[in-house]
Design a protein around this ligand. Structure first.
Ligand code: SF4
Length: 392
C-alpha cells in the first residue's frame, strides 16, 4: 500500500457544507479540463461530485473518451486509477485522491510471486503450445496491479471483468489447455464451474506455499518415476486458481443465505461472483455490479432482494428503488474500507492543488508496463460482448 501524507490542518476545520461548496467551485474553475470518476462502491458524500459513475473498467473507458480532459480524478482504488492511466494517452494525468486507497485483493498477487508461479506451472505442464511453447494461459481479473495485467499481456493472456469472465475463459481455452486465473479464486471458480468445468479440475495455487502447495512433479532426472497420482496434481487441472479473494465479498456466507430463506422464502438472493462458490450456489442469481444494478432496475415493484455486494451500492439501490424491498444479504456492514478512504477532504485537497497548478497523487504506469497491460486489455475487449451477463 502507498503512503498518503496527512493533509494540511485547514481541511479538518471545514464543515461538510463548506467542503461541498468548495468542491463545486473548483470543478467550475477547472471546467472541461477535469473529469471526476466515481466507482459504484464509493460513499454518497463523494460520488455526488462524480461526472460519471460505473464499475472500474467502464469508468476507465469513459475517462479515455473525454477528449478535453487533462485531469482524471478517480474516486476508486489504486488499480482502477492505473487502468485509467493505461487507457488514456500521456496528455492525461490520473489522480487518486488518497494514495492509501488500495485493494486487498489486488495486493494478494505480487509480480514476483506470479513469475515464480509461472516458472513452476510451465515446467510442470510442458506440452507444447502453438505460439509460445506453453499450455497455460494467464488470465487476470481487472482488479489487479498493472504489473500483473502486463504479465498476462506479455504471456499470451488477457484481462477480464466480472461481466465478461466467461467469454474471456472461453477464448483462453481456444489458446491453450489450462488457465491460470488471477487474483480472485472465487470469480475464477464460479465462472469455470458455470461453464461446466467440475471442481475437481480446479486447483488452488497458494503463493505462500512452496510450489503453490501443488503436487505436480518437477521435470528433473530424479523425477523419472513420473507423476504421482494426486487430486491436486496440476497436470490434471483445467483451471489453476490464484489464492486471492475480496475481503468485502468474502464476508457473505451460506448461513446468511439459509437465514434469508427461513425468514422470507419470497426474497431472492442476488450476489456478486466475488462471493464464495458455496454462496453463489445458494443464491438465485449471481453477476457483476452492472448486472446487479440492471437486475434490480428491471424488476417489478414489490420485488424482494437480499444482495451480496458492497454496502454503499446496496444503500443506493434501496434509495433509488423505494418500490422494491432491498436489503443486504449480511447482517453486518460489508464495506470496502480502502475505497472509503477517499473522502471529501482528500477530493477537495487534490482539486485545490490542481487549481494552484500542482498535480498531486498522480498514478503513473511506466511505458513498458502500460504497453503490455494494454495488450491484455485489448485482447479482452476484442473477445467479449460488453453487455453484463449472469454467472449463474
Ligand atoms: S470491493 Fe473488494 S475487490 Fe473491490 S476494491 Fe474493495 S477490496 Fe478490492
Amino acid at each position: 500500500m502507498l503512503f498518503q501524507p496527512p493533509l494540511p490542518p485547514k481541511y479538518s476545520a471545514l464543515t461538510e457544507e463548506e467542503m461541498g461548496q468548495a468542491i463545486l467551485e473548483r470543478k467550475r474553475v477547472l471546467g472541461s479540463r477535469l473529469v471526476i470518476l466515481g466507482h459504484h462502491y464509493q460513499q454518497d458524500e463523494v460520488i455526488r461530485f462524480a461526472d460519471f459513475t460505473g464499475d472500474s473498467l467502464k469508468l476507465s473507458q469513459i475517462g479515455a473518451q473525454q477528449k478535453d480532459a487533462e485531469f482524471i480524478v478517480f474516486c476508486g482504488v489504486h488499480f482502477m486509477a492505473e487502468s485509467a492511466d493505461i487507457l488514456t494517452d500521456d496528455r492525461v494525468k490520473v489522480i487518486l485522491p488518497d494514495l492509501s486507497a488500495g485493494c486487498s485483493m489486488a495486493d494478494m498477487a505480487e509480480i514476483e510471486q506470479v513469475e515464480e508461479a509461472w516458472d513452476f506451472l510451465t515446467d510442470a505442464c510442458p506440452e507444447p503450445r502453438r505460439d509460445c511453447g506453453v499450455t497455460v494461459i494467464p488470465i487476470t481479473y481487472v482488479n489487479s496491479a498493472a504489473s500483473i495485467k502486463a504479465f498476462c499481456g506479455g504471456h499470451g493472456g488477457a484481462c477480464c471483468t466480472s461481466s465478461n469472465a466467461r467469454k474471456v475463459l472461453e477464448w483462453a481455452f481456444t489458446q491453450g489447455g489450462k488457465v491460470m486465473f488471477l487474483p480472485d479464486q472465487h470469480l475464477g471458480r464460479n465462472t469455470a464451474y458455470g461453464m461446466g468445468i467440475p471442481l475437481d479440475r480446479m486447483v488452488i495455487y497458494d503463493p505462500k506455499l512452496p510450489r503453490g502447495g501443488l503436487t505436480a512433479p518437477i521435470r528433473t532426472p530424479s523425477a523419472s518415476a513420473g507423476p504421482k497420482p494426486s487430486d491436486r496434481n496440476v497436470r490434471d487441472a483445467k483451471v489453476i486458481l490464484w489464492k486471492g479473494h475480496c475481503s468485502v465479498h468474502g464476508l457473505f456466507t451460506e448461513a446468511q443465505c439459509d437465514e434469508i430463506r427461513r425468514l422470507d422464502p419470497e426474497c431472492r438472493i442476488l450476489v456478486h461472483p466475488e462471493c464464495k462458490w458455496e454462496v453463489v450456489q445458494k443464491a438465485d442469481l449471481a453477476g457483476s455490479t452492472e448486472f446487479i444494478i440492471r437486475t434490480v432496475r428491471e424488476a417489478p415493484p414489490g420485488s424482494k432482494w437480499a444482495i451480496g455486494t458492497e454496502i454503499h451500492l446496496i444503500n443506493r439501490l434501496v434509495h433509488e428503488h423505494p418500490e422494491q424491498s432491498i436489503r443486504s444479504l449480511a447482517g453486518i456492514q460489508c464495506l470496502c474500507t480502502t475505497m472509503y478512504r477517499i473522502d471529501m477532504k482528500h477530493l477537495l485537497w487534490c482539486l485545490d492543488e490542481l487549481v494552484a497548478g500542482r498535480v498531486v497523487n498522480q498514478i503513473h504506469v511506466d511505458p513498458q508496463t502500460k504497453r503490455l497491460a494494454l495488450v491484455a486489455l485489448q485482447r479482452m475487449l476484442a473477445n467479449v460482448n460488453p453487455q453484463p451477463v449472469a454467472i449463474k
